[in-house]
Design a protein around this ligand. Sequence first.
Ligand SMILES: [Fe+2]
Length: 179
Amino acid sequence: MAILSIPDLNITERDPQKIREFMQVRGIFFDQWQADIVFEDSASQEEILKAYESSLTPFMHAGGYQTADVITINKLTENYEAIRAKFLAEHTHSEDEIRFFVDGHGLFWFNLENEPVFNLLCEQGDLISVPAGTKHWFDAGETNPFVKAIRIFIDMSGWVPHYTESRLEERFSNFRVSK
Ligand SMILES: [Fe+2]
């Protein structure tokens, strides 16, 4: 279940409805889908997409999304440090970044205008859509990363990170979600 944190204000929110509203007024779509399927490490992308078809298909039709795939990061992922670094620096995309967490967890950080930086821990069942142009970064964790997420795209080419070079993420590098 998702946890919202605003480190500078010492705020932590676990109520999904309140998180949804917090995100909605900021133009960020957050939802939760039923997700109680446990997949073997060897599960194929097709198997995972098929299992969530009943949620995925109407969502994709409604949003005009064209493609979906599955990203898996775990402790066996080669070059994890380099992969982590790529998304740990503040960046934007020219299209929405949409992730549904089939399993595992990851921390999305948001830097909106005139707002304190906040983050959302996404876990199994959480769906987040980071709007195009939103300054954000993502961390799967320094050690023992585990992400199994469906990625949804209009056009995969829009998902290239454009770095802001703000280095704002460094100020929050010691943050830990209070569970
Ligand atoms: Fe991103």
